[in-house]
Write a protein that binds this ligand. Structure first.
Ligand code: NAP
Length: 346
């Protein structure tokens, strides 16, 4: 059975690299039109180009009347990794009770929050970090019927008005949104829970937990309530089992598992909502962890290797497709068997 998404429109947050980009690639390959979103325009442009989009024409314009349109200029220093930010700083692998690390990478957040125009904000106000490609060599506004496209729109997953703007632009361009993948996440604090401060805790919740709800609300209002659809949330094995140093991040990922169930209960039968909980996956962000601990992690896994982004992407494609039409509220663990390794606790 070949899994296809022909005629579907998918939006992936955190899609400029890593797992999000792999999911976008699989969905585009399966015939979907795909909207890539993350914070940094340059990386999004490159990501879209890597999927075959015209680098000069892949920016998605803001919907008419939507707030959040920008000149496309990046803020001073925007996108520059900051300490505790997006620079790869792989969190040391966790111990699976018997010395078998199975943690995922630490996910840093940029210390700089991209600005945005609040609803009803000043017309003409520049929204740092939101590039919508005004002035780009864009294809016809509504796209060419039947021809899938890969486009991008810069937005912070933790900013509800940017979610609204991105999804409005998607519906303006494609007429609908069929698949929402809430993949972006952040982890501004690495260390014991006793050391996290209120700002770090709030930011983690804002992006990883509330962001998932906000994007789902926006998708529901703009398209899915009327046309149905699929929401897919990327959780983590860190939300299913304690991970040293990543406790609060894990709490938000546990919340995503329950949010997935709750949304499934509330949005059915129109919308299916599922989650994936990856184990350690080789992403750019996880490079330090993979380099330092990857072999040890792999040696303890039943499947003897750490994950690749495409391991998650193929699972995402299945859950997004009609092949999973009787699956909702589920969290699919994709971890090479990490959660099935003996704990050593008995
Ligand atoms: N890699 C692992 O081992 C692993 C394991 C379990 C779960 N996961 C989960 O998998 C998902 C993807 O992780 P990954 O490893 O692929 O990470 P990654 O390689 O660091 O990619 C993260 C992506 O998210 C974007 N992003 C970060 N913060 C954002 C924000 N506030 N708003 C919008 N976009 C944001 C980044 O682009 P910008 O910086 O331009 O925004 C980038 O596109 C996350 O939910 C993560 O928790 C990963």
């Amino acid at each position: 059975m070949e899994i296809r998404l022909d005629g579907k429109v998918a939006l992936v947050t955190g899609a400029s690299r890593g797992i999000g980009l792999a999911i976008a690639a699989r969905m585009a390959e399966a015939g979907a039109s795909v909207v890539l979103t993350a914070r940094k325009p340059d990386e999004l442009r490159q990501a879209a180009a890597s999927l075959g989009a015209d680098p000069e024409g892949s920016a998605l314009p803001a919907a008419p009347g939507a707030t959040g349109a920008s000149t496309g200029e990046r803020p001073p220093g925007g996108g520059t990794p900051t300490p505790g930010g997006d620079a790869a700083h792989g969190a040391p692998g966790s111990e699976a009770g018997h010395g078998a690390p199975r943690s995922e990478a630490g996910h840093g957040a940029s210390g700089r929050e991209m600005g945005h125009v609040p609803p009803g904000g000043d017309a003409g106000h520049v929204a740092p970090g939101l590039e919508t490609g005004t002035g780009g060599a864009l294809p016809a506004p509504s796209g060419v019927p039947g021809v899938p496209a890969v486009v991008w729109f810069a937005a912070n997953a933790g900013e509800p008005d940017q979610a609204e703007a991105c999804i409005a632009a998607t519906v303006a361009r494609f007429g609908r949104l069929d698949v929402l993948v809430n993949n972006a996440a952040t982890n501004p604090h690495y260390g014991p829970l006793m050391g996290i401060d209120a700002g770090q805790a709030a930011k983690t919740v804002q992006v990883n937990q509330y962001g998932v709800l906000a994007w789902t609300q926006a998708a529901w209002r703009a398209s899915m309530a009327e046309r149905g659809g699929v929401v897919l949330n990327i959780s983590s094995v860190g939300g299913l089992s304690p991970e040293p140093g990543m406790g609060w991040y894990g709490v938000t990922k546990a919340a995503v598992v329950h949010l997935t169930r709750q949304l499934a209960a509330e949005l059915g039968p129109t919308v299916r909502v599922n989650a994936i909980a990856p184990g350690l996956v080789r992403t750019a962000f996880a490079r330090v962890l993979v380099d330092d601990h990857g072999d040890r992690v792999a040696a303890h896994l039943p499947l003897r290797r750490i994950g690749e982004p495409d391991d998650v992407a193929t699972a995402a494609l299945f859950l997004a497709s009609d092949a999973a039409s009787w699956i909702t509220g589920a969290t699919l663990v994709v971890d090479g068997g990490a959660l099935s390794t003996p704990s050593g606790g008995v």
